[in-house]
Design a protein around this ligand. Structure first.
Ligand code: SF4
Length: 241
């Protein structure tokens, strides 16, 4: 790991996902450090995340939460996500120490907290942000809020990377359940993993970092459909905002 230059580290799901979408986009965002435009869809996602976080933390009443979901065009009638999120808040009220929200975890390559003075590794290897982490004597669940559609492969990878980080950080190792809450679709989807899946997730991270470090060109993607919603489409392809 000591041979990896900084163009790949620290990894995060967003970073690896950006790499897979378009190498040029990765260059703009993570090598040149250029902040792209925030699309209206991304802005809506940020606002919905904040709304759910405030509600779970008891900072807004249920009626306000529901009204704001409707205002954000989330269909709440018959949706299973509303009782799901209300149940998280109830758990937080009954056992406040068991629920953490917007938890940013930075690890070194030994999956110890980055900066741990007792560790022999001083690389900031990876960062994950759990929208919600619930821990109790039965185990752990990581919850992620999503807007828009279900994207099977990228969402499976995201869930595996989240689970892998938690699994390797916990002592003794605990395999968490990972649940995505699809706000617009009104459904949840849970992922259960095995030890072998965690080996695959770790190999995926390692292979991606190697690929990024070997890259010299950072070419544009050939799949132009990806450019439509890209934050850099104006500077890269001259497309209108
Ligand atoms: S506009 Fe297209 S080619 Fe350019 S960075 Fe974005 S996704 Fe890549």
């Amino acid at each position: 790991m000591d041979t990896l230059p900084n163009k790949s580290l620290p990894w995060s799901y967003s970073k690896l996902s950006c790499w897979n979408a378009c190498h040029k986009q990765y260059f703009y965002r993570y090598i040149a450090g250029i902040r792209g435009d925030t699309s209206p869809a991304a802005q809506r996602g940020i606002e919905l995340h904040s709304l759910c976080e405030e509600f779970v933390n008891g900072k807004c009443e249920e009626s306000v939460f529901l009204r704001n979901l409707v205002k954000a065009r989330v269909a709440i009638m018959g949706s299973t996500i509303v009782p799901f999120i209300i149940a998280i808040r109830q758990t937080a009220e009954e056992d406040p120490g068991s629920v953490m929200t917007e938890l940013k975890v930075k690890v070194n390559s030994q999956y110890l907290p980055y900066g741990d003075p007792t560790s022999t590794c001083h690389w900031h290897y990876g960062t994950v942000i759990y929208d919600v982490l619930i821990e109790d004597s039965d185990g752990a669940e990581i919850i992620d809020y999503k807007t828009g559609k279900i994207y099977d492969e990228p969402h499976y990878i995201q869930a595996a990377l989240y689970a892998n980080t938690y699994y390797r950080m916990s002592h003794p190792n605990v395999m968490p359940l990972v649940t995505f809450v699809y706000l617009d679709l009104g459904v949840t989807k849970s992922y259960e993993f095995t030890y072998e899946d965690m080996q695959d997730a770790q190999a995926y991270i390692h292979d991606s970092l190697k690929e990024i470090n070997a890259e010299q060109e950072f070419n544009e993607t050939e799949d132009k459909t990806k450019c439509r919603w890209c934050s850099y489409r104006t500077m890269c392809r001259g497309m209108p905002r």
